[in-house]
Every structure is written in structure tokens, then in C-alpha cells.
Design a protein around this ligand. Structure first.
Ligand code: GAP
Length: 530
């Protein structure tokens, strides 16, 4: 996997372009071209189909109740006060006083070293890394480089610390940028939400934010959904949509963007069952990536340690992918147990009761214990197990991150008949073009037959008609676009109504009656049976 080659192919073949490229682009924003738009749509459609319309059976083999939602990007600003984003959605940042670069303080690490064994001189070095383990590795390498350069035998003093752990008394907080010997500032916080104004006046009373996650729109509609749909816990609300974060360091292509799409589920359940549902969603979500062709050796579920967990959470698993731009796997999705935190926060801030009353359980309850005392009965009714604030399990995935992982995973180079080719080995469900219909030559009635087949397939799938150039070149074009099947109408078609099916991955060819093409395609593209 070579990121530069993947990026070049994405531009050349119309998967991803820099946003407003003709004006020099805009850092952190990306546009999806014709093939990329199809690919990302297929990612979102597969998620919706497999998680909302037809989720796998629950832990006890039961049907899972899931409904969809499409909430507004701009919400009442009070939503972000309740969720904690207005106050807390701030990353501590450090700036280099010399080169003016800005870094997230939790991604810069300092290490100390002596340039002579036992000697007095202790210098600090800095590296950018995702965590302390990765930082230690980089610091070791940097130290070896320094020692070699200065031909000194020294020692590294172990125990790295992040720039968030700033010690003003220490003299030296070096910039991690290569070639820069500047000093970093103390960490300062930076608001990641994009500000806007609603209405004509740009004053504080009209200030609003572009949502930094889709999740809050789900919590604020919890009661609306309960009251309007026949769902009751355990059930989930799902949403796909844009989110915006004014990331300090957009980087690694689309991986960290300022505008991106999320695919989020908030699954509401009884507190006593939340562990079971957390494990269910963690396993379902890991399996989903494998089913769509992500190899297990590049996919890593990482259960967060107790210290990493948010204070309200009993468990979070990051599902990570080993991208070619990093030595360490990076987060595609977080599956978090959020307890009752969000619904309680919104109850407090809105003054609306977001607890759930289990009327079915109450109807079955033995009320004789209250001896006809209506007050006691009312009190019991308003307490668990009849009334409770549901716990939430949140599988929160990034559509752009997964699309990028799919592109990286699919990219391959091989040789066919002695000729080099680039091929995108997408899972057929995700492939932007499902099949190409190719008349071998533009005569003898072949275009007519090919066009008829194309018209027959087009209402159901994104298929492509191509009659331009030698057949080998047409196959190569489809390989680069990741089209899993080519149907070629050739001389034999005229005799026996069969077509050549050419398979993208192994280039094998076989004959198939033309009337069986739709069924063959439907079979290859069908979602997994549950
Ligand atoms: N509601 C929980 C939430 O938003 P998050 O870990 O901040 O959690 C969830 O985001 C997912 O959204 C991430 O796992 C990632 O896939 C995606 N995501 C977050 N920030 C992103 C960014 N700047 N660019 C692209 N995707 C991002």
C-alpha cells in the first residue's frame, strides 16, 4: 500500500478531489468525484441496510428494533450546552513561537536525554505521535540519529510526557517540526465547532453552531420517536449525516477533515442489560467491516483501558484500521457505552422528562403489595424497574474514514498477460460500478444486444456501457474503477445468446446465457442473509 499512489489514482479516476481546487483548495475539505460519490453512497447504503433495515439478530436471537432519523445540522445552541460541546469541545493546542505551526497538545511528546553517559547535559527532544508508546519509539529513533550525528555516546531518559503536561519551570519545550528549533507555548484551548448566525443579524443572540456530531439530534428526538413509533427499549435510532469540526490539523487525506459524514446509532436499553448490548454492538460492528472486505490483519478492535474511559462509560472499543500513512492503526469507529449521561443531560437542560415508563411491565406488576395506597403505588410506578432513564450504546462510525479504508484496502497492482495493471478490489456491494457492458466490436448487431442488456440492468444497478477502444484497454479501465464484472457481447453471443463474463480479480472468463446475467449480478450483490 502506497498512499501517494492511492491519492494519485483517486484524483486521476475521479474518486476524490480537493475542494475548490481551481482556487487553490481549502485545507480540510474534500469533494467526491463521480466514482467516489458512488462509492461513499454504497458505504452509507450498506450501513443503512445492514444496521437499520436488517440488523443481525440480537444476543438472544431476537429481532432488533431500529428506526432512522434525519435531524437538522443547525440546532438550538442549548443542545450543545447540554451535550457539553459548547464548554468542553475544546482541544488544548500548543503553538511554535518560531515556525508558527500549531499542534494538538496531546499529540506532542517530550523526552529527555543526556548526550554523555552520566554527564550533566539534559536536552529535551519532541516528537508528534498518537500515543506515548508510539512516541517512545520515535524518541528512541530520534535519539539514535542525534547520537550518530554528534558521534556521542549518551543515554535516553525514559518516561515521555505529553505537551498537555506542561511544566512551566522547565526551560525547554521544543517544537517537533523537522528542522525547527523553536519553543512551544503553553497549551491553550481551541473551540472546534464552526460558528454561524441564524437570521439577518450577526449578534450573540443569533449565534449558532454547525453540529460537530449527529448523535445529539438523536437524543433530542428520543421522546418524539418513542411517542410516534411503536418502539420501546431495547431499540435503536440511526442517523447518517454531515458533521463539522474546525480541526486544528486536518491531515492524512480525508482521514481528519473539517467536514465529514458520520453513521451513528444510539441504542437505548435497560441499564441492567447495557453490558450485553454493548458487547452485541461491538461484535456486530467489527464483523460488518470484515464482511465488506477489510482484512482482519489490518482491522484492530481496541478496548479502551479504564483510565481512557469517559467518566460515565463502562466500556468503549475503538475499531481501528492500519492505514498506509501510519505505523499504528487509526480509529474508524468508536463503540461506546454512554450510560444515562446524554438523556439525563438533556432532561436537565430542557426541563423535559426523558425517562422511559415501561407500561407493559407495570400492567403485569402485582399491585396488591401497595394495599390500595394510591400514593405508594404512584411512587413505585415512578421508580425502576417501571420508570428509568435508558442506557445508551453508541456505535459511531465515519463514512469518509471507512471509504478511505476501503480505497486503501482495494488498491492493488499485478500483472496480467505480462502487462502491469492497477486494480481496485472493492467488495461488489461497495464497487461504484457493478458491471460494464461491452460490445466486442461496433458492428454485426453487437452494440444493439449490448445496449439492450445495459438498459435491462440500469434500473437496478449502476452499470456502464463502453464501446470505446480495444477490449483489453476497456477491461483495464474497469479494473481501475473497481468494477467486479464485465459482460462482453461477442461473436458467440450472436450464435448462442451467451456472453463472456470477465471477473475483475483473477481475470477469469466464462460464458453465461445472457438471460442469466441479472440473476448472477443480483446474487453477487446481495446483502448477507441474517
Ligand atoms: N458521537 C460520538 C462521536 O462523534 P467521535 O469519536 O468524535 O465520536 C466518531 O467520532 C467517528 O466520526 C470517528 O470514529 C471517525 O470515524 C469520525 N470522525 C470524527 N472526526 C473526524 C474527522 N475530523 N474527519 C473524519 N472523520 C471523523
Amino acid at each position: 500500500m502506497d498512499m501517494d499512489k492511492i491519492v494519485a489514482l483517486c484524483k486521476r479516476r475521479g474518486f476524490i478531489f480537493q475542494a475548490s481546487e481551481i482556487y487553490g483548495g481549502l485545507n480540510g475539505f474534500w469533494d467526491y468525484g463521480p466514482l467516489g460519490a458512488e462509492l461513499k453512497k454504497n458505504v452509507k447504503d450498506a450501513w443503512w441496510q445492514d444496521m437499520v433495515r436488517n440488523p443481525p439478530p440480537g444476543p438472544d436471537g431476537q429481532e432488533i428494533a431500529m428506526v432512522g432519523l434525519d435531524s437538522a445540522i443547525i440546532q438550538n445552541p442549548k443542545v450543545w450546552e447540554a451535550s457539553g460541546h459548547a464548554a468542553g469541545f475544546q482541544d488544548p493546542m500548543v503553538d511554535c513561537k518560531k515556525c508558527r505551526r500549531r499542534f494538538r497538545a496531546d499529540k506532542v511528546f517530550f523526552g529527555s536525554l543526556r548526550m554523555e553517559v552520566g554527564g550533566p547535559e539534559v536536552a529535551a527532544i519532541a516528537v508528534e505521535a498518537d500515543d506515548a508508546t508510539a512516541a517512545q519509539k520515535l524518541l528512541d529513533e530520534e535519539y539514535q540519529r542525534l547520537v550518530k550525528k554528534k558521534k556521542l555516546r549518551g543515554e535516553i531518559l525514559h518516561g515521555v510526557r505529553a505537551a498537555t503536561d506542561f511544566h512551566p519551570a522547565e526551560k525547554h519545550h521544543p517544537c517537533p517540526a523537522e528542522g525547527c528549533d523553536g519553543e512551544l507555548t503553553e497549551p491553550r484551548t481551541f473551540n472546534l465547532m464552526f460558528k454561524t448566525y441564524v437570521g439577518a443579524l450577526e449578534d450573540a443572540s443569533n449565534q449558532a453552531w454547525l453540529r460537530p456530531e449527529t448523535a445529539q439530534g438523536i437524543f433530542t428526538n428520543f421522546k418524539n420517536v418513542l411517542d410516534s413509533s411503536r418502539v420501546r427499549p431495547p431499540f435503536g435510532i440511526a442517523q447518517v449525516g454531515k458533521a463539522f469540526r474546525n480541526e486544528i490539523n486536518p491531515r492524512n487525506y480525508t482521514f481528519r477533515s473539517r467536514e465529514f459524514e458520520q453513521m451513528e446509532i444510539e441504542f437505548f436499553c435497560h441499564p441492567s442489560e447495557s453490558k450485553k448490548w454493548y458487547e452485541y454492538w461491538r461484535d456486530v460492528r467489527i464483523r460488518w467491516y470484515s464482511e465488506l472486505g477489510i482484512r482482519s490483519d489490518r482491522l484492530r478492535p481496541r478496548e479502551q483501558g479504564e483510565k481512557e474511559l469517559a467518566f460515565y462509560s463502562v466500556g468503549t472499543t475503538d475499531i481501528e484500521y492500519l492505514f498506509p500513512f501510519s505505523d499504528e492503526p487509526q480509529e474508524l469507529e468508536g463503540v461506546a457505552h454512554r450510560g444515562e449521561y446524554d438523556l439525563t443531560q438533556h432532561s436537565k437542560h430542557s426541563g423535559k422528562d426523558l425517562s422511559y415508563f415501561d407500561d407493559e411491565l407495570w400492567a403485569k406488576a402485582d399491585k396488591s403489595a401497595y394495599g390500595g395506597d394510591k400514593k405508594k403505588e404512584q411512587e413505585a410506578k415512578n421508580k425502576p424497574p417501571y420508570r428509568y432513564v435508558p442506557h445508551v450504546i453508541e456505535p459511531s462510525a465515519g463514512a469518509d474514514r471507512f471509504t478511505l479504508a476501503v480505497l486503501c484496502e482495494a488498491y492493488a497492482e499485478d500483472t496480467v498477460g505480462g502487462e502491469a495493471r492497477t486494480v481496485m478490489r472493492f467488495h461488489p456491494r461497495l464497487a461504484p460500478i457493478k458491471a460494464a457492458i461491452l460490445p466486442l466490436v461496433n458492428k454485426e448487431g453487437m452494440p444493439e444486444i449490448a445496449h439492450k442488456l445495459y438498459r435491462e440492468l440500469k434500473p437496478q444497478w449502476n452499470v456502464y456501457y463502453d464501446d470505446g477502444g480495444a477490449i483489453g484497454r476497456r477491461y483495464r479501465r474497469q479494473d481501475e474503477a473497481g468494477t467486479p464484472f464485465c459482460f462482453t457481447i461477442d461473436g458467440q453471443t450472436l450464435q448462442d445468446n451467451t456472453v463472456t463474463v470477465r471477473h475483475r480479480d483473477d481475470c477469469k472468463q466464462e460464458r453465461l446465457p445472457i438471460k442469466e446475467v441479472p440473476a448472477m449480478l443480483a446474487n453477487a450483490l446481495k446483502p448477507p442473509q441474517r
